[in-house]
Design a protein around this ligand. Structure first.
Ligand code: AMP
Length: 195
């Protein structure tokens, strides 16, 4: 089963992806985590991406498509993947469909965690207040606003792309985390079942 967890920065995609990884044995693929690891390791990819990430812009499509293509080759991805933070553009979504089709696979469902932008900024502001200095370089209220803008401009159009494919399921990401997890579990349990 191949799934996408979809939503703006701060919506809780990573948290829910980990729940599914633990419970379903699917592999969480977070392009953000992969890019941060590349930046920390000082690889060419990391050097190319770091400044773009720190200012909240999108890393070029060909770079992120490349890291996903490479990662999907690994045997642990054979059982299924939860994409977290990818795709973020229509070009990435089309490339992903082609990559999966080449393996006889397809995206089974896209789970959108719908949240309120201002609440995301508010949560970030309190995290920074409680724990100044602990955050990622792109974890501050100003950069978050930029990332939310980029989300609405470049990534939100993908909602129509997947709605047209009949794959989009939208759930309330503002609910308590355990409720969101319960809903995600229920949705995933229904994937592939006759309606
Ligand atoms: P995330 O941890 O998913 O919020 O990603 C952190 C940053 O990594 C983003 O703000 C982008 O700069 C970059 N990034 C992660 N995934 C992608 C992607 N699929 N396309 C372009 N840039 C990405």
């Amino acid at each position: 089963m191949d799934l996408i967890l979809f939503g703006p920065p701060g919506a809780g995609k990573g948290t829910q992806a980990k729940v599914l990884q633990d419970e379903r044995g699917l592999i969480q693929l977070s392009t953000g985590d992969m890019l941060r690891a590349a930046a920390a390791a000082g690889t060419e990819l990391g050097r190319k991406s770091k400044a773009v990430m720190d200012r909240g812009d999108l890393v070029p499509d060909e770079l992120v498509i490349g890291i996903i293509a490479e990662r999907l080759e690994k045997p642990d991805c054979a059982k299924g993947v939860i994409f977290d933070g990818f795709p973020r553009t229509v070009a990435q979504a089309k490339a992903l469909d082609a990559m999966l089709a080449g393996r006889g696979r397809k995206i089974d469902a896209v789970i959108e965690l719908k949240v309120d932008d201002e609440a995301m900024v508010g949560r970030m502001e309190s995290r920074v207040r409680e724990n100044p200095g602990a955050a990622r370089a792109d974890d501050n209220p100003e950069t978050l606003r930029k990332r939310l803008k980029v989300y609405h401009q470049n990534t939100a159009p993908l909602l129509d792309f997947y709605r047209d494919q009949g794959k989009l399921v939208t759930i309330d990401g503002m609910a308590p985390i355990t409720d969101v997890s319960a809903t995600v579990r229920r949705v995933v349990g229904q994937v592939g079942q006759p309606a």
